[in-house]
Structure formats: structure tokens, C-alpha cells
Write a protein that binds this ligand. Structure first.
Ligand code: ZN
Length: 457
């Protein structure tokens, strides 16, 4: 049933810090150990990485029909480089632990990889867990000197009986292979450069997620993402708007260029556990997918969840130039257009006021552009439990440009605050239209980055 996925060959990049090293086993000619990604902040040292453990341990790993969907980890070797399973098994398990860590650490949701283990080992010890988690498989290579494509791994695993549709096979290649996601006859995520960022990147591809793009910026890659720079960055969709939203698993996101209609949410991956709110992780967002993206609304319709007061009126952006309708290049989702009128200060707001905690810092982001020229500022309006306005926190006044640029304002919720309203404010005396999209409200409590909020851009 598996469709052939596009192959995603990785571009090698240099410069990442070495946080994991291991000597190549004596006699081996191939060294698969790569470097771990270190952004947006360093991963914990090996001893502090949580042990993922086994989610399910079927009696026969080759017959898992009816068991929970899970990832099966494979160590792939061939005669030319020898079987180095004992030398590498704990290293591979640690990389899988790091893959699980980066998924959980990416957001304030608790979510994990479901792993499939084999019987016969004492998983209370790390060595026993690693041996149960990682299964060695000898691969016959037609040409060991050549770069071996993922089809070789998929065909070999299927022929050996690893062919269950509820398994995604994560294949650590101990020979010249590729960093690839491939389905047919079974789904394999492969890497011959072993690190958690690379393997997670390929595993995510198996859920039909493409490389992360900045949703509203035509053809622009989101650079700080495991789907764009997996050698440096371990985090998953920090803005909750490209392919991963654990706060709404039913929300779907276009993940490939227009006119692709593929829509997914990585948070609903059957091989992952159900996300649970809330703990502390790198990113978070207090808006709904609709408020964040103006999700998939047709032109000329009314922008659900938003309201306007004062000088102006709003609409879903009508058909127009590609650089105005973000949808054209990328995802089919349209931005919101605010038609500013001169007679009064204009307020474009998210109608709902998310709950916040007094004394904590919050940061409001949005992307804005205009085909003309005009000035706006961002505003956080703090309300108490009786729905009375306490005070407002404004950004500086921005002169908008023809580029989709991100703007933000950050402030600490004053004493007595219960909720906050997000607004873009246009001073009176102007007649122009601006476009806005990609709204986000972060609670700056991760304790891991400079002001506790995600890094801009
Ligand atoms: Zn890729």
C-alpha cells in the first residue's frame, strides 16, 4: 500500500560541534559516527539523556500485525565492513534516545517515539535495553564500493520478514549508504552519518512531511529547524505552523509547494505517543491553528477568529500577486488583509483572549507586509478576571515593507492580569492596506533561551 516517497538526499554540512565521539571499531573501514545538532541549545550529555525504553515488545518482531504502531531500529551491516553490532549497539540506542529527547524537548507538550523491542534481554540495564531495541540485519550489497540507495535496505528487510505496515524501520547503515526516507515495499528512514538530527529528519519525512518552509514567505526555508538544517538544529517546527502542532492534532498543514495538496500534522504520527500538555520545552504557542495561520480559508470569506474596530475593515486576502497571496508559492493558505482607513486609529485583533499568568513574560509575533506604505505597531492588551482593561504594552512603530517580515512585542503580564488580547494597531490618518499572517503568542518560560522565548526568524 505504500506509495513511493520522494527521495530526500541530504546535503552534507560541516561545522557542527562534536558532542559525541566513538572510535571506529578495529578493522572497520567505514566510520558512521556523525556530530549531534546543538541548536537552539546544547543537548544534555549522554548520561542525562532520558532512556526512552521499550514501548512494545512483541513475541516476534517480524510478525507485529495488530500491535501498536512503532519504530523498529535496525543496525545494517555487510561483510565488507564487518558486523560491528556489539561496538555500536549502545551508541545507536543513545541516538534513538536523543531522537526521543528532541521530539519532547521541542515544545511544551509531552510526546515520545513509540519503540518496538525484541524479547530475551534484561531491559533494566542500558546494555540489555540497547540489545532489545536494536536488531542487527546483514545486508547483501550488489556493489559495496558504491553508494547504496534505500531501496536495497527496504528490499532486504522485506525479504527477511520485516514488512509490517505498522512499523517504520529506522536503519543505521554501517557502510556507504544515504540519508533518505523511502517507502516500498516497507518504509525505511536511513542514515550512514549517525546523529539524532539526521535520523529524526528522515523519520519525519516518512510521515510525508517535506522540508520546513516559512509558511508565508515565498520559497523561503525555515532555517532553524531539523527539517532544514538537521546537522545544526534539532528542534521541530518552532512556530507550530509548518508541519507540527501538538496543541491541535486535528489541525493540518500544507507541507509542500503549491499545487501540492498534501496536508499533515506530525503530532498525529501513529508512531508517536499522543501529545499531552504541558511541560517545559523550547517552544509553545497559546493560539489556535486558525488564529495562527488563518487556516485554509477561501478568498472573499470572513477571517474567523479576528475582529476589527476603528479605522479599517478586513478580509481574507483576495487573489492577486504571488508575493501578496502567500498561498500561491507555498501552501494554499491565504493571509488576512486589513484595509486601513484614515478616520480613526484601526485595531485588528484576535477576538479570543488567551489566559495568561500575571508576572510572566509573553511575546506576540506576526508577519506583516504591504504593497504600498504605512505604519503599524503591535499591542498586548492586559485584562483582569472581570474583563476590564488593566494596561497595554506596545511595540515601536514599524514602517512596513514589501517583504514578509516578522515583528514582535514582548512584555510581562502586570499584576492582576487574567487574559491578553493581541492587536495590530494602525495610527489614524493613513489609507493603505497591509497583509498579516503567522500569528503567535509565546509564554516565555522555557528557561533555556535568552528571554525564554523562541529566537526570532
Ligand atoms: Zn530531507
Amino acid at each position: 500500500m505504500s506509495a513511493q516517497l520522494n527521495r530526500f538526499i541530504l546535503v552534507m554540512a560541516a561545522g557542527a560541534l562534536v558532542v559525541l565521539t566513538m572510535a571506529t571499531p578495529a578493522g572497520a573501514v567505514f566510520d558512521p559516527i556523525a556530530t549531534e545538532p546543538v541548536a537552539p541549545y546544547a543537548q544534555p550529555v549522554d548520561a542525562s539523556v532520558p532512556k526512552r525504553g521499550c514501548t512494545t515488545t512483541p513475541a516476534d518482531p517480524k510478525n507485529t500485525t495488530g500491535s501498536t504502531p512503532a519504530v523498529q531500529v535496525i543496525y545494517a551491516w555487510h561483510d565488507g565492513n564487518g558486523n560491528n553490532y556489539e561496538a555500536y549497539v549502545e551508541r545507536i540506542a543513545k541516538i534513538v534516545d536523543r531522537m526521543d529527547w528532541l521530539l519532547d524537548e521541542s515544545t511544551n507538550y509531552d510526546q515520545h517515539i513509540k519503540t518496538s523491542c525484541r524479547t530475551g534481554y534484561d531491559t533494566s540495564t542500558y546494555s540489555g535495553y540497547a540489545h532489545a531495541l536494536v536488531i542487527p540485519e546483514k545486508i547483501e550489497l550488489a556493489d559495496p564500493a558504491a553508494e547504496n540507495p534505500p531501496e536495497v535496505m527496504a528490499d532486504d528487510l522485506a525479504a527477511a520478514g520485516y514488512d509490517d505496515a505498522n512499523r517504520k524501520y529506522v536503519v543505521f547503515e554501517d557502510f556507504d549508504g544515504t540519508g533518505t526516507a523511502h517507502c516500498g515495499p516497507v518504509c525505511v528512514a536511513t542514515a550512514d552519518e549517525w546523529d539524532s538530527g539526521t535520523m529524526m529528519h528522515e523519520l519525519i519525512h516518512l510521515h510525508n512531511v517535506d522540508h520546513a518552509k516559512v509558511t508565508e514567505v515565498p520559497d523561503t526555508l525555515a532555517v532553524n529547524d531539523v527539517m532544514s538544517s538537521q546537522y545544526n538544529d534539532w528542534q521541530v517546527d518552532q512556530e507550530f505552523n509548518n508541519y507540527y502542532d501538538p496543541s491541535e492534532v486535528s489541525a493540518l498543514f500544507y507541507t509542500s509547494n503549491h499545487p501540492s495538496t498534501n496536508k499533515v500534522n506530525l503530532a498525529a504520527y501513529p508512531q508517536f505517543t499522543t501529545p499531552i500538555c504541558c511541560d517545559v520545552g523550547y517552544s509553545n504557542d497559546l493560539l489556535t491553528a486558525q488564529e495562527r495561520t488563518i487556516e485554509a480559508q477561501a478568498p472573499y470569506s470572513f477571517p474567523t477568529g479576528f475582529s476589527v474596530s476603528g479605522g479599517g475593515w478586513m478580509q481574507i486576502t483576495p487573489p492577486g500577486a504571488d508575493n501578496q497571496v502567500s498561498a500561491r508559492y507555498y501552501d494554499g493558505r491565504r493571509s488576512l488583509t486589513m484595509n486601513v482607513q484614515a478616520h480613526a486609529e484601526g485595531f485588528l485583533s484576535i477576538t479570543r483572549r488567551p489566559a495568561v499568568t500575571a508576572g510572566q513574560r509573553y511575546k506576540f509575533f506576526t508577519r506583516l507586509t504591504t504593497g504600498a506604505s504605512g505604519d503599524v505597531k503591535l499591542r498586548l492588551s492586559w485584562y483582569n478576571g472581570s474583563n476590564s482593561l488593566i494596561s497595554t504594552s506596545d511595540s515601536s512603530l514599524y514602517a512596513l515593507t514589501s517583504d514578509w517580515q516578522e515583528y514582535n512585542v514582548s512584555a510581562i503580564a502586570p499584576s492582576g492580569t487574567a487574559t491578553v488580547q493581541l492587536s495590530v494597531v494602525s495610527p489614524s490618518g493613513q489609507n493603505f492596506a497591509y497583509l498579516t499572517d503567522s500569528w503567535q503568542l509565546n509564554h516565555c518560560n522555557n528557561g533555556k533561551t535568552v528571554d525564554g522565548c523562541r529566537i526570532d526568524g
